[in-house]
Ligand binder design. Structure first.
Ligand code: LMR
Length: 341
């Protein structure tokens, strides 16, 4: 009888959901940091965890950061609203995901604007880039730091070597008007799909292709459900670490200053490491027998020519002065493309 009761208890226990004990102590300011990405392969996932570990060590008793990766708390469509309601305190959505709050970040989606991440870095740390962080303050969101992710590559269920190869295909995009225009410029059809659903959408044929960084293509196993990846380096994926102005302003001044100081140190360190993180994912795709195709200079020029007309449509939204600053930052780099720089 005793054995039966023990067996029943065991069965019951294994059926119950596992609730992780909160690592936070009573009295600490709890910061829930939601991401949609892998905590081990994606540069944002890695940086968020390092940031949490440092705050939790240095600010024990005052602030406690918990990272929720892989869309387990919110996806990017819901996280900003949840932040304004105080249900989550930090996130770092890609700059393509702020359309409902500001149009200036459309700059980052203009195809072939930035040749590499070094150029992006120069722009983001310029006065124009710094100003952009405050673009949503009147809507209750404070931009804290830009985090790099990487250059984007195209993939599809058939080889893409010339822009004409994309014609007639359906491409998953992030919810961005510029990215929709970019895909239409290829005579293809854009479809906005949440990041967590991209792999399955490609696998089941809801869409034929997509664009993303090496780390996301690797971590989501996108290369396994595509014919191959074409190294186009046609755009950038960048993040803005955000919180609500209400949450930030409610922090005691000295706490806020230490918290933001740690965030800035992690930003500088991880942004400098991003090229290596992306290169590691690229190598891992090859090691797992993924196909990567390079473009000849002529083929690349055709992609540039096909997508360049998109710029004209968005000049006003992004601000001509921002575009000029981004072009100046880009001129310093060799226009050959690449994951970093
Ligand atoms: C995407 O939706 O493709 C990216 O924004 C995901 C991410 O955060 O890297």
């Amino acid at each position: 009888m005793k054995a039966l009761a023990a067996a029943c208890l065991l069965t019951l226990a294994s059926a119950l959901p596992v609730v992780a004990a909160s690592p936070c102590q009573p009295g600490e300011i709890v910061v829930k940091f939601a991401t949609v990405v892998s905590p081990t392969d994606n540069p944002k996932g890695i940086a968020a965890q390092i940031f949490a570990d440092r705050v939790n060590r240095a600010m024990k008793g005052r602030v406690c950061v918990i990272v929720y990766p892989n869309s387990m708390l919110y996806d990017d469509d819901t996280v900003l609203q949840a932040m304004l309601q105080g249900d989550v305190q930090m996130a770092a959505p890609s700059l393509s995901k702020f359309e409902a709050f500001t149009k200036v970040f459309r700059l980052f989606d203009l195809p072939f604007l930035f040749p590499d991440i070094a150029a992006v870095d120069r722009f983001e740390t310029s006065p124009a880039g710094e100003r952009m962080k405050s673009a949503m303050v009147d809507r209750g969101l404070a931009g804290l730091e830009f985090w790099h992710s990487g250059m984007k590559q195209f993939s599809a269920n058939r080889p893409l070597l010339r822009p004409g190869d994309a014609a007639g295909l359906k491409f998953r995009i992030q919810p961005s008007a510029v990215l929709a225009a970019e895909i239409r410029a290829l005579h293809a059809q854009p479809m906005s799909i949440a990041f967590a659903d991209v792999h399955d959408a490609l696998k089941t044929g809801v869409v034929d292709g997509q664009e993303n960084t090496w780390s996301n293509i690797y971590a989501q196993k996108i290369y396994k459900v595509q014919d191959g990846i074409t190294e186009t380096n046609h755009g950038v994926l960048e993040y803005l670490v955000v919180t609500s102005t209400a949450f930030l302003n409610a922090m005691p001044a000295d706490t806020r200053s230490q918290f933001l100081g740690i965030l800035h140190a992690v930003t500088v360190e991880r942004n400098a490491a991003v090229t290596k993180v992306e290169a590691k994912s690229r190598a891992a795709i090859l090691a797992d027998r993924g196909t990567i195709r390079s473009l000849t200079p002529d083929e690349r020029a055709e992609w540039v020519a096909a997508m360049q007309p998109v710029w004209a449509e968005f000049r006003t939204d992004v601000g001509p002065e921002n575009l000029a600053a981004a072009e100046a930052a880009s001129r310093v780099s060799e226009p050959t493309g690449g994951t970093g720089g």
